[in-house]
Design a protein around this ligand. Structure first.
Ligand SMILES: Nc1ncnc2c1ncn2[C@@H]1O[C@H](COP(=O)(O)OP(=O)(O)OP(=O)(O)O)[C@@H](O)[C@H]1O
Ligand SMILES: Cc1cn([C@H]2C[C@H](O)[C@@H](COP(=O)(O)O)O2)c(=O)[nH]c1=O
Length: 813
C-alpha cells in the first residue's frame, strides 16, 4: 500500500515550493488567478443583483442565476474544447494571455455598467479560463520533477480552494471600503452620474482585474523550463495512465543519462516528440494516479476551481484508462500498448463531464455501503451550492449588502476548510461511518435553522456550520471510499462522484435564486407577532429537508452493526473520550478479532466463498480461521454424523435444534472465541441463523425459543457480518449432485421455507447482513463480499495517516 503525502502539511508545501523556481512563479500565478476567479464570481453575482435592484424580484433572480450560469457552465460543459488549445501554444504565453484577457474583461464591466455586458464579459472570461487551465496543468508538469508532481498538484488544489474564503473576506472588506469611499468622496466616487454605478462592488471588481493582471505578469516572467532531449531508449516510454510506474519499473538501471536521471523532469524520449507533448502526457498519467486522491468538495462553484478540479484531480477516467491505471497495467504490457499509441492520443484529454455522468452510474455504488456514501456526498454538495446561490439575495432581504454577501461566502468556505481539517480530529472517537452520517445531520439542521432565522449574524454562524459539517462529510466520505473500494473501481467511482457533484452544483447555484423568487417573501402573522418568511429562506429549508432525508437513508446504509448506541458514542466523542469499554458493546465487539458467517441453503456456494475470502484476507495480511457447522470439533464431528445420517430420519425437531446448539457451544468455546481473542478473522460456514432458518422456519419451531437457547450456547456471540448466499433451493441442490444427506433429502417445501427464513432474518437486521444473489458468478460474489467487508476489517490507516487526513482530505491506500 502506498500512502499519499500529507497534502497541506506545512513542511510538504515548503518542500515542494522550495524545490523549483518555475513552480514558485507558477504557484504565484495560480494563487492570484484563483483569487481573481473567486472574486469574479462574487462580483458577477453581486453586480447582477445591483443592476436589477429596482426590477421585479423574478427578473432579479434571473439576473443572478444568469450570472452564476455564465460563470459556472463553461468549464463544466466546454472543457473538452480546452484540449484543442492545450498543445498548440506556449504554456506561459497562454496563461499570461488568458489572465490578461480576463483582467481586461472584468475591468470593462464598470465602464459599460450594463447587465448584458456583465453577462457577456463574464462568459468570455470563462472561455479564456478554458485555455488557461490546460496550459497551467502542462506548465506544472514541466516545472517540477516527476517524483514531486503529485504533491505539486495537491498543493495547487489546496491553493485554489483556499482562495475562496480569502476572496470572501476580501470582498466583504472591499465592499465596506467602497461604501465608505462612496459616502465620503464628493459626488460619491467620480462617475458622471455622481456615484459608482454599484458602489459596493466596484472595488472588488477592480481588485479582481488587478489580481488577473498580476497573475498574467507572474505567468509571463515564469522561467522557461529547461528542455532536454534525451537519446531515445530502446523501448519508448509509456505515456498512458500508470506510465510512471511502468517507466520506472521497466527502465534498466543506469540506462538513462545521469542528468536525466537526477532531473526526472519530463524527458521526451521518442524522437520527434515535443517536450510539451511529454509534459501533457506525464501530467495525464499523474492525474490518473491523483484521481485516487481527489480531495476538496470538488467543484465549489468557481470556474477556476472547477477547472482545477477537472484537470488537477484528473480527467474522469474512462473505463479502459482506469483499467490500465490499475496495478495490473504496469510493466511491459502497459508499456507496449502505450508505445503503440499515436502521439496525438497522448495529448491533453480533458474530461467529458456529461459522458462521465452518463456512463458512471453503471459501476458506482457496488454495495449498499458505497451507495450510502455516494448518496450522502452528492446530497450535501447541492445544499452548499444552494447557500452560495441564494446568498446574495438573502443578505439583501436581511438588510445587509455586499459586505454581508462576502461574509456569508467566506463563512461557508472557511467553515468547510475548518471542518475538513479539524472535524475528524476533534471527533476521532466516533467511528467514521457514524461521523459521516452525523455530519450530514448537522449540515441539515444548520440549513433548516438558517432558513428559519431571518437574521444576518445568525445566518453567518449557521452557514459556517453548514460548511463545516459538509467539509466533514466530504473528507470522511472520501476516506471511507478509499478504504472501501478496490483500486480500479475507486478511480472510476471518484471520477463519477466528481462529475455528478459538479453537475449538481451548477444546477443548484443557478436554480436556487429562481426558486427563491418563485416562493417570494411573505409576512406571517402569529397574534401580535409578525414573522418574515423569505423566499431565500425557503430554499435553505428545502435543502435542509432534502439533506435530512438523505442522512436518514445514509445512516441506514453506512451504520454497520457492532457499535454502541449512536447517542452514547456521540456523547463520548464530543467529550473527547472513548466509550468506556463496558458500555462500548457486548463481548464480540470488544474482542480484537472479526467474526464473519456465510449462510444459505444447500449448494449456495458457502464453502467456495469461504475459501476465496480466506485467500484474499490472508493476502491482506490477516490471520484467518475458516471453520464450519456442524462438525468443526471432535465432539462436533460426532454430532454431525448423528445429525446428517439418514438413519436418524424422523428425529424430533427439538432434539435436532439442541444437537446443533450443542455442536455450536463446543465450536464457539473451543474454536471461535479463542481465535477472536487473539485478533484473528474467523469465517464460519453456517452459524445460529442456520438453526433459525432450518429448525425455526423449516421445522416450524418458535424463533424466540431457538434464539434463547443459542444465546446461552454461544455466550451471546454474534457475527460482525453475515453473508447470505441466496439461491432457489432446486438450483442449489442441483449443484451438489450425488447422494443426499438427511437434511438435503427434505422436501422442496421445507427448503423453500428455509430460504424464506434466511431472507426474513436478513431483512430484520440489514446492517449486519449482506444478501448476495448466489446465482452470480463466484468471482462477482467474492467481489461483493470483499467490498462489504472492508470497512469492518481492522483499520488499515495508521495513526499518522489519520493525522494526515485531518490536514487534508486524502488518504491513498
Ligand atoms: N457462484 C457459483 N456458480 C456456480 N457454481 C458454483 C458457484 N459457487 C459454487 N458453485 C459450485 O456449486 C457446488 C457447491 O458449492 P459449495 O460447496 O461451495 O456450496 P455450499 O453452500 O458450501 O454447499 P453445502 O450446502 O454442501 O454446504 C460446487 O460444485 C461449486 O463448485
Ligand atoms: C448449522 C446447522 C446446519 N443445519 C443443516 C444444514 C445442512 O443441511 C446441514 C449441514 O450441512 P453442510 O453441507 O455442512 O452445509 O445441516 C441445520 O439444519 N441447522 C443448523 O443449525
Amino acid at each position: 500500500m502506498s500512502r499519499s503525502a500529507p497534502l497541506g502539511a506545512p513542511g510538504e508545501t515548503r518542500g515542494v515550493l522550495s524545490s523549483s523556481k518555475p513552480l514558485r512563479r507558477l504557484w504565484a500565478a495560480l494563487s492570484l488567478s484563483s483569487l481573481g476567479d473567486w472574486l469574479g464570481l462574487l462580483v458577477l453575482l453581486s453586480l447582477a443583483a445591483a443592476l436589477t435592484a429596482d426590477s421585479d424580484p423574478l427578473i432579479r433572480a434571473y439576473a443572478v442565476a444568469g450570472a452564476a450560469a455564465v460563470k459556472l457552465a463553461p468549464p463544466l460543459l466546454l472543457s473538452p474544447l480546452a484540449g484543442l488549445l492545450a498543445d498548440r501554444f506556449d504554456r506561459r504565453m497562454t496563461m499570461a494571455a488568458a489572465d490578461a484577457a480576463r483582467a481586461l474583461l472584468y475591468l470593462s464591466i464598470p465602464l459599460a455598467g450594463r447587465l448584458d455586458w456583465l453577462l457577456i464579459a463574464g462568459f468570455l472570461a470563462e472561455l479564456a479560463a478554458l485555455a488557461w487551465t490546460p496550459a497551467k496543468d502542462a506548465a506544472l508538469a514541466e516545472a517540477v520533477p516527476k517524483r514531486k508532481l503529485d504533491r505539486a498538484i495537491r498543493l495547487g488544489v489546496l491553493t485554489s480552494y483556499g482562495a475562496a474564503p480569502v476572496a470572501g473576506a476580501l470582498f466583504a472588506a472591499l465592499a465596506s471600503l467602497s461604501w465608505l469611499l462612496g459616502a465620503l468622496l464628493p459626488g460619491g466616487g467620480g462617475r458622471p452620474d455622481g456615484a459608482f454605478f454599484a458602489p459596493q462592488a466596484d472595488a472588488a471588481l477592480y481588485t479582481a482585474g488587478v489580481a488577473f493582471l498580476a497573475a498574467a505578469l507572474a505567468a509571463w516572467v515564469m522561467p522557461k523550463p529547461r528542455r532536454r532531449l534525451v537519446e531515445a531508449s530502446p523501448t519508448p516510454a509509456p505515456t498512458g495512465p500508470g506510465a510512471n510506474q511502468a517507466r520506472s519499473s521497466a527502465a534498466p538501471a543506469g540506462s538513462a543519462p545521469p542528468e536525466a536521471a537526477d532531473n526526472e523532469r519530463t524527458s521526451p524520449i521518442a524522437a520527434g516528440r515535443s517536450a510539451d507533448d511529454e509534459a501533457t502526457a506525464q501530467l495525464q498519467s499523474t492525474q490518473s494516479a491523483a484521481d485516487n486522491e481527489r480531495t476538496a468538495p470538488i467543484a465549489t462553484g468557481t470556474p477556476a476551481a472547477d477547472n482545477e478540479a477537472t484537470a488537477e484531480m484528473a480527467p474522469a477516467p474512462q473505463p479502459e484508462e482506469a483499467r490500465s491505471a490499475g496495478p495490473s497495467a504496469s510493466g511491459a504490457a502497459a508499456e507496449r500498448s502505450a508505445a503503440a499509441r499515436p502521439a496525438a492520443e497522448r495529448r491533453y484529454r480533458p474530461e467529458n463531464l456529461l459522458r462521465t455522468v452518463w456512463q458512471g452510474g453503471r459501476f458506482a455504488g457496488t454495495t449498499p455501503f458505497v451507495r450510502g456514501l455516494l448518496g450522502g456526498m452528492v446530497s450535501v454538495f447541492p445544499a452548499v451550492a444552494a447557500v452560495v446561490g441564494v446568498a446574495r439575495l438573502h443578505v439583501t432581504t436581511l438588510g445587509a449588502g455586499n459586505a454581508g454577501f462576502g461574509v456569508l461566502f467566506a463563512a461557508v468556505f472557511a467553515g468547510m476548510g475548518l471542518g475538513m481539517v479539524a472535524g475528524p480530529r476533534i471527533l476521532h472517537h466516533l467511528s467514521r461511518p457514524r461521523l459521516f452520517s452525523v455530519s450530514m445531520v448537522v449540515a441539515a439542521l444548520a440549513l433548516l435553522a438558517a432558513g428559519l432565522i431571518p437574521n444576518m449574524v445568525m445566518a453567518a454562524v449557521l452557514v459556517a456550520l453548514v460548511g463545516g459539517a459538509a467539509g466533514i462529510t466530504w473528507v470522511t466520505g472520501v476516506t471511507l471510499l478509499h478504504q472501501e473500494l478496490e483500486d480500479d473501481i475507486r478511480t472510476r467511482t471518484l471520477g463519477y462522484l466528481d462529475a455528478v457533484a459538479r453537475t449538481e452544483l451548477l444546477v443548484a447555484v443557478v436554480a436556487a435564486p429562481l426558486v427563491a423568487a418563485v416562493v417570494g417573501d411573505h409576512t406571517l402573522g402569529f397574534g401580535d407577532l409578525d414573522y418574515a418568511f423569505l423566499g431565500t429562506g425557503a430554499v435553505l429549508l428545502i435543502a435542509g429537508v432534502l439533506v435530512v432525508l438523505a442522512s436518514l437513508i445514509t445512516y441506514r446504509r453506512v451504520d454497520i452493526g457492532g457499535e454502541a448506541p449512536l447517542g452514547k458514542e456521540l456523547f463520548a466523542a464530543l467529550r473527547g473520550v472513548p466509550l468506556p469499554s463496558a458500555e462500548a458493546a457486548p463481548e464480540e465487539s470488544r474482542l480484537p478479532g472479526t467474526f464473519i458467517v456465510l449462510e444459505g441453503g444447500e449448494g449456495a456456494g458457502k464453502s467456495t466463498q469461504t475459501g476465496r475470502l480466506s485467500v484474499w484476507l490472508r493476502e491482506e495480511g490477516f490471520e484467518v480461521v475458516t471453520t464450519r457447522e456442524p462438525g468443526s470439533t471432535k465432539l462436533g464431528m460426532r454430532l454431525r454424523a448423528l445429525l446428517l445420517d439418514r438413519e436418524h430420519t424422523g428425529m424430533s425437531a427439538r432434539a435436532e435444534a439442541l444437537l446443533y446448539a450443542a455442536d455450536r457451544a463446543e465450536h464457539v468455546s473451543s474454536v471461535i472465541l479463542p481465535a477472536l481473542r487473539r485478533g484473528a478473522i474467523v469465517i464460519s460456514d453456517r452459524y445460529v441463523d442456520s438453526t433459525l432458518a432450518y429448525q425455526g422456519a423449516g421445522r416450524e419451531l418458535a424463533r424466540d425459543e431457538i434464539e434463547r437457547v443459542n444465546e446461552w450456547a454461544t455466550e451471546d456471540l454474534a457475527p460482525h457480518l453475515t453473508v447470505l448466499l441466496d439461491i432457489p433451493p432446486d438450483q442449489g441442490l442441483a449443484r451438489l449432485g450425488g447422494s443426499t444427506d438427511r437434511m438435503e433429502a427434505e422436501s422442496e417445501e421445507f427448503h423453500t421455507r428455509v430460504r424464506q427464513g434466511f431472507r426474513e432474518l436478513a431483512e430484520r437486521d440489514p446492517s449486519r447482513y449482506l444478501v448476495v444473489d448466489a446465482r452470480e458468478s463466484a468471482e462477482e460474489i467474492a467481489r461483493e463480499i470483499r467490498g462489504r467487508l472492508r470497512p469492518l476489517l481492522p483499520d488499515p490507516v495508521p495513526q499518522d495517516a489519520e493525522a494526515i487526513t485531518g490536514m487534508m482530505p486524502t488518504i491513498k491506500e
